[in-house]
Design a protein around this ligand. Structure first.
Ligand code: PHE
Length: 343
């Protein structure tokens, strides 16, 4: 066969070639471009050709070489994308990913929610007030005498050295705000953060949480207060829970009491947080002092009320047997992770 015809026939063969795997591409490359491949044969035949044909033949052979090279490059690419497609087909896109880490509610949030839930079912509604307060709402409106030690720099954080801008030391400030803006009857719970200038230890912190309660209506008595608190304690700690009220003093309630829950002395943590008595103080309370009602514009001859304020950390420590209050504020995932699933 004439060389020219041979080249045309091979060119057609190359154009028709198909590959289905990288191995087939390599096979093709060896047949055409290998050391003993057909292009080598062409070159040998070229040498033998008569001189006057060499110009045309050289051009043809060159074009053919380029055609083969292009086909091989194309084949490599095709084989690669076919391999990718194969991988995709084998990959199960519907399979769930390794799993998302499950978060946890902070134990204080869990307990706050539970306490609010119990009181809401008794008809209380939630309200909140500011953490930066003025003297009136934290002290004066609550009947604190000017020389009361709580007003001292030792106990209270003042803001910008102003005697009238401070971090509230208790959520009772929200009582004043509510009495000022509402008319009785009112039944309100006021959760929030409070601040006191105290050295940080296992039992005390400069920031902690309280939940305040306030009930004002005609004919509210101390018996209502006691029954509300007993009911609350039995819902929260269990139906057999015992409480005791000890006489106490707060400038804004009269009479005043502190309430202890009997917790027992079953564990070391029980002993530590109850100071060995088995009783733990969980809140302060009392009948709203008539002077406080009057200061907020409520007629104390017509209305009476009770108030209580409890420390959230205390109650949470008791419930979850947490021996050190600082754990609440350290963001240690080993501690917080234990509350997964608690809501
Ligand atoms: N505010 C008081 C405290 O922080 C607690 C309290 C609230 C007492 C309401 C009586 C009535 O200690």
């Amino acid at each position: 066969m004439e060389l020219k015809q041979q080249i045309e026939q091979w060119a057609e063969e190359v154009r028709q070639s198909e590959f289905h795997s990288p191995e087939e591409v390599e096979q093709f490359r060896i047949v055409w471009m290998g050391r003993k491949g057909r292009i080598k044969d062409l070159m040998a035949a070229f040498k033998e050709a008569p001189n006057e044909e060499k110009r045309d033949l050289g051009k043809l052979i060159n074009e053919f070489k380029q055609l083969v090279e292009g086909r091989v490059a194309q084949g490599v690419q095709l084989a690669e994308s076919a391999a990718d497609e194969q991988k995709d087909a084998e990959f199960d896109w519907t399979r769930p990913e390794g799993g998302m880490p499950v978060g946890a509610h902070h134990p204080l949030s869990v307990v706050r929610r539970e306490i609010i839930g119990i009181l809401e079912r008794m008809g209380f509604v939630v309200s909140e007030g500011p953490e930066i307060e003025d003297d009136w709402h934290v002290f004066s409106g609550l009947n604190f005498p000017p020389e009361h030690p709580a007003r001292d720099m030792q106990d209270t954080f003042f803001v910008n050295r102003s005697p009238d801008m401070l971090l509230r030391t208790h959520t009772s400030s929200v009582q004043v705000r509510e009495m000022e803006r509402r008319d009785p009857p009112m039944r309100i719970i006021m959760p929030g953060r409070v601040f006191r200038n105290e050295a940080i230890s296992a039992r005390a912190h400069c920031m902690f949480h309280q939940i305040e309660g306030l009930y004002i209506d005609r004919g509210v008595s101390f018996a209502d207060l006691k029954q509300t608190l007993l009911r609350f304690a039995q819902e929260f700690f269990g139906a057999e829970t015992k409480i005791r009220l000890r006489p106490s003093y707060f400038p804004f309630t009269e009479p005043s009491a502190e309430v202890d829950v009997y917790w027992g002395l079953k564990t070391e943590v029980d002993k530590r947080i109850t100071k060995g008595t088995g009783w733990l103080e969980i809140l302060g309370c009392g009948m709203v002092d008539p002077a406080v009602l009057e200061a907020s514009g409520i007629d104390s001859r017509e209305y009476s009320g009770f108030a209580f304020g409890m420390g959230l950390e205390r109650i949470t420590m008791l419930k979850y047997q947490i021996g050190d209050l600082r754990a609440f504020f350290e963001s240690d995932m080993r501690f917080l992770g234990q509350f997964q699933g608690q809501y």
